[in-house]
Design a protein around this ligand. Structure first.
Ligand code: HEC
Ligand code: HEC
Ligand code: HEC
Ligand code: HEC
Ligand code: HEC
Ligand code: HEC
Ligand code: HEC
Ligand code: HEC
Ligand code: HEC
Ligand code: HEC
Length: 346
């Protein structure tokens, strides 16, 4: 039905559109069938020249009467009469994002982000940019750009945006978010880190080390630990402290333990580099060197292992080093520890 109606002269299209065959009673269906047949007969017997004339005449009428259609957002005709599918930049694909949910009254239109841009609309030359643009040529400050988004997106996980490291360093929302793209890379766990690495080269190297969180596989994302919009915690942690953030996945390290190891309670990152390391278990250094950063070298703790030395101190550097004996390094509840010392042994 729809296919047919596209071949009809515009005048007849109306008739066809008004009388779809769906859900009509038998009697009216017959009437419509006759109407349509009449239309077709006319089409077939009309001299070809006359058809062209009648078609173009009604098309002109049409253009004069109907306002330019919106393409993807409510009221976008103001802009999309020039910025349409022919643009190199995929302007219209914003219709495939949440911002394109036209039925939702909260969703933006072009001007909510780019500004009314009166001057640009009338004279879109190089020197008459829209009020707000976000690309390379933009002359707007990061704050001006971000204000466009914050008008609708203040609060929630952006509660700490003001004063955050990214806000203070003039990182715009659009450095991470691609609002015109159907696929916003930064919100996809598999592609997110690529967006961050554009600025954080050091972490790109770290997550390729032999021991690392499975970030490249998308099982862990930067945003599992960091809130890039800022937070009350250090290093933009999603929770109020580094440890609370780690506990979201490593609950067993929270304890409570009968015997605590002080640095573990303080900050997991003292011993671990969560991005990646060359030592196993994401440790910043191998044992015993890691342990000897803090433990005095005046007992077996500091001794460099040697097969000659009495007392078998070589165990301190062989294999797991100190961990050969002190296996419960995050804290222990061992009932075998008769003297009730904190030895973190099993
Ligand atoms: C009459 C046609 C026309 C209309 C209407 C129009 N633009 Fe443009 N726009 C252009 C042209 C042409 C350019 C390219 C200017 C250049 O590169 O020198 C442009 C450039 C832009 C740019 C890129 C600026 C930059 O930083 O390089 C943005 C963003 C933009 N327009 C947004 C809009 C928005 C939003 C609207 C509606 C409010 C709009 N335009 C209405 C023709 C138009
Ligand atoms: C939610 C906010 C938002 C809405 C709504 C929006 N834009 Fe954009 N637009 C942006 C951002 C952010 C960029 C920059 C993207 C980038 O950095 O690649 C952009 C880029 C552009 C560009 C390319 C500019 C350049 O610098 O190369 C054009 C053209 C454009 N928008 C036009 C439009 C038109 C037309 C509409 C309405 C259909 C629209 N925008 C709706 C935020 C928006
Ligand atoms: C006029 C209000 C408005 C403006 C301005 C606006 N947004 Fe939105 N945005 C929305 C609404 C509404 C949603 C859908 C929220 C929902 O579904 O819960 C949304 C959703 C989003 C989402 C999530 C999309 C998803 O798929 O879940 C992102 C990311 C986003 N906006 C970023 C931006 C950025 C960046 C800007 C500025 C360039 C911006 N927004 C400007 C209203 C706005
Ligand atoms: C450094 C990168 C980065 C910057 C800058 C950034 N975002 Fe985000 N944004 C993200 C990431 C990553 C997520 C996904 C978070 C998640 O899944 O937990 C996200 C999610 C969102 C969402 C959807 C989730 C939600 O519930 O709100 C919105 C909306 C949003 N950002 C808006 C903004 C606005 C507005 C700005 C600027 C004020 C901004 N973002 C700046 C990285 C960024
Ligand atoms: C456009 C560049 C840019 C992008 C993209 C970017 N950042 Fe940043 N980020 C910065 C700058 C600049 C700083 C401040 C660095 C400094 O002060 O040394 C920073 C700082 C940080 C910090 C340290 C915060 C602190 O308090 O010490 C973290 C964590 C961070 N970014 C995470 C991320 C994550 C996660 C992403 C991706 C979702 C990301 N960044 C994307 C520019 C960026
Ligand atoms: C498993 C949790 C976790 C993940 C996943 C994670 N980080 Fe971190 N990140 C941390 C912790 C904890 C710190 C603070 C380290 C410290 O204080 O020594 C940190 C610090 C940072 C810093 C600041 C470094 C500095 O020298 O001040 C940046 C930048 C950063 N991370 C970026 C990223 C990026 C980008 C990703 C994703 C590729 C990412 N992080 C993934 C936990 C994580
Ligand atoms: C989003 C969940 C998540 C968060 C948050 C998280 N981790 Fe992990 N962690 C994992 C996963 C998944 C693995 C890999 C487990 C595996 O491969 O079996 C892992 C593995 C580890 C390992 C062992 C690595 C190895 O080489 O075997 C250490 C150590 C570790 N995490 C420390 C931390 C620290 C410290 C933090 C806080 C800064 C943290 N994790 C936050 C999910 C998380
Ligand atoms: C004093 C240094 C130190 C601190 C602080 C520390 N760890 Fe560890 N962690 C280790 C050592 C050493 C290993 C290797 C244990 C082994 O091989 O038996 C390890 C291993 C791990 C592992 C992988 C093996 C396992 O036991 O599951 C995870 C996960 C882990 N640590 C998480 C954490 C979390 C979470 C914190 C903070 C609450 C933390 N660590 C604080 C030294 C530390
Ligand atoms: C960041 C410093 C630091 C690092 C690294 C560290 N420790 Fe500790 N450790 C401490 C502190 C502080 C105490 C508590 C000392 C006290 O209460 O007198 C402690 C206590 C202990 C105790 C109990 C001692 C007692 O007298 O009760 C053992 C055993 C121990 N650590 C072993 C290790 C081992 C093994 C490693 C390496 C995997 C290690 N520690 C790494 C700081 C550290
Ligand atoms: C062969 C097993 C073994 C190895 C390996 C070992 N320890 Fe011990 N550690 C013990 C025992 C047993 C104790 C209980 C006190 C004692 O008898 O000396 C102890 C006690 C400690 C104590 C408590 C205070 C003290 O000195 O009595 C600390 C701290 C400690 N070890 C740290 C270390 C460090 C650091 C290393 C690695 C350089 C290490 N240990 C390697 C068995 C070991």
């Amino acid at each position: 039905m729809l296919c047919l109606h596209h071949f009809l002269p515009l005048g007849f299209r109306l008739a066809a559109v008004e009388f779809p065959f769906m859900d009509v009673t038998g009697a009216s269906r017959l009437r419509k069938l006759l109407l349509l047949m009449a239309a077709w007969l006319q089409l077939i017997f009309l001299p070809p020249g006359l058809l062209v004339i009648s078609q173009s005449a009604s098309a002109q009428d049409d253009a004069a009467k109907t306002p330019i259609q919106d393409m993807v957002l409510k009221g976008d005709a103001r802009c999309t009469r020039c910025h349409d599918e022919h643009e190199k930049y995929p302007v219209l694909s914003i219709g495939k994002t949440k911002h394109g949910t036209v039925a939702d009254s909260r969703t933006p239109t072009c001007t909510s982000c780019h500004g009314e841009s009166e001057v640009h609309v009338r004279n879109p030359e190089k020197h008459a940019f829209p009020e707000r643009s976000f690309g390379k040529n933009s002359t707007n400050s990061a704050q001006e750009k971000n204000q466009a988004c914050l008008a609708c997106h203040e609060g929630g996980i952006r509660m700490h945006w003001a004063g955050s490291r990214h806000a203070n360093q003039d990182v715009p929302c659009a450095a991470c978010h691609q609002v015109h793209a159907a696929h916003d890379k930064v919100r996809d766990r598999l592609t997110q880190s690529e967006v961050c690495f554009a600025c954080h080269k050091e972490q790109r190297i770290e997550i390729k080390r032999p021991y690392r969180h499975p970030i490249r596989e998308g099982k862990v994302a930067c945003s599992d630990c960091h809130n890039p919009h800022g937070s009350a915690g250090p290093s933009m942690m999603v929770r109020d402290s580094i440890n609370d953030t780690c506990y979201t996945c490593h609950m067993e390290k929270r304890g409570p333990f009968v015997r605590n190891h002080q640095p573990v309670q303080e900050n997991c990152a003292i011993c671990h580099n969560p991005h990646g390391t060359t030592a196993p278990n994401l440790l910043r250094w191998r044992s015993p060197f890691l342990c000897q950063e803090c433990h005095e070298p005046n007992t077996h703790q500091g001794a460099i292992g040697s097969f000659d030395a009495p007392g078998g101190r070589e165990q301190n550097t062989l294999a797991r080093g100190c961990l050969n004996c002190h296996t419960q390094i995050h804290g222990s509840n061992s009932p075998l520890d008769e003297r009730n010392e904190r030895l973190f042994q099993r």
